[in-house]
Design a protein. Structure first.
Length: 329
């Protein structure tokens, strides 16, 4: 990950943050949520091999820097942060935690407890220990870090990263009310500072909508998904994977609200896009067709439902594998 200008500690990408469907995210808009990038098994293996290669590279760099500059030098802490990030991405969370604890303790001692780099080191550690199942400690760390927000301001990258992690930790700990409150605050802050069309604003908006949907507030989630869909259609176009993902989640919300006609209308749009991009025989096209037929039948339109279901049967069994690339053939 690129180093933040003027920073010793690197922001750890939280690759398992929540998103539209699953709770996945990252502190950087350059990362794509896993539900929006359905990796094949081969792609996953390649990525893991690349992660292990990065671990070896970062370890070699750390050994050299530490030997030249000592264990508490800012450049050494930067190398340690890189190494911990590489270990995290290689799913070696135990080793990543050990290094991050050292970086955090050293940053607090050398830079002070309220330094932005100490705050970020604390947040990185919270993310990693959460992945090791230490959710209570992760929440406590994230809450401690969040109390320092007034020293930096809500627009600070360190603070927004901390609040994103605190929301996730709260959600996974069962405190969905706190998670929604935090995400609402983050969303409002990013709207003001970055604008409604910025990818980071949309990312937080997606997280908030997902939390609302998961708690059963489908009406509020619907409003956010509609707003998000308008932005993505305008900025990314109707055929982009993120646009289609948003449409599918909106259709699911509408169905939960009992608006089967509205859900069917959205699914018709999805179906047309998938026919153009994937073809009428593609498993995802057939899966969308099957879902649309189900909604039409619930709405009382048995004739069109029968027609679609006949097409699905004639093309073969509906595929539900999630390891196929979204726009792969």
């Amino acid at each position: 990950m690129p180093r933040r200008r003027g920073s010793t500690v690197l922001a750890l990408p939280d690759a398992f943050r929540k998103s539209v469907v699953s709770r996945n995210s990252a502190s950087s808009s350059s990362l794509v949520s896993l539900d929006e990038r359905h990796l094949t098994a081969k792609q996953s293996q390649i990525r893991l091999e690349e992660a292990h290669a990065e671990v070896a590279r970062c370890k070699a760099e750390l050994i050299k820097v530490k030997s030249d500059l000592g264990p508490t030098n800012p450049d050494t802490l930067t190398s340690m942060s890189k190494y911990a990030t590489a270990l995290f991405q290689a799913t070696d969370y135990k080793a990543a935690e050990e290094i991050q604890r050292y970086v955090f303790d050293t940053s607090a001692r050398v830079l002070g407890g309220q330094h932005p780099d100490t705050l970020l080191a604390m947040d990185n550690l919270a993310v990693t220990i959460r992945h090791r199942g230490k959710r209570r400690e992760a929440v406590e760390l994230a809450q401690t870090a969040s109390k320092l927000k007034h020293a930096f301001g809500m627009d600070s990258p360190s603070v927004t990263a901390v609040f994103g992690n605190l929301a996730t930790s709260s959600y996974l700990g069962g405190d969905t009310k706190s998670a929604i409150e935090i995400e609402q605050q983050l969303f409002e802050t990013r709207q003001k500072s970055l604008g409604p069309d910025h990818p980071d604003t949309l990312h937080v908006m997606s997280n908030l909508a997902a939390s609302l949907k998961d708690t059963g507030d489908y009406r509020a989630a619907e409003g956010l998904y509609r707003e998000m869909l308008q932005v993505r259609q305008r900025t990314l176009g109707p055929h982009d994977v993120k646009t289609i993902t948003t449409m599918k989640t909106l259709a699911a919300c509408l169905k939960q609200l009992g608006d089967t006609q509205g859900a069917a209308d959205v699914q018709f749009q999805i179906l047309e896009v998938e026919k153009q991009k994937l073809g009428p025989r593609h498993p995802r096209t057939l899966n969308t067709m099957q879902q649309l037929a189900s909604n039409l039948r619930e709405h009382g339109d048995a004739s069109r439902a029968d027609e679609l279901e006949y097409h699905v049967r004639s093309m073969g069994k509906v595929a539900t594998r999630e390891d196929q690339a979204f726009y792969g053939r």
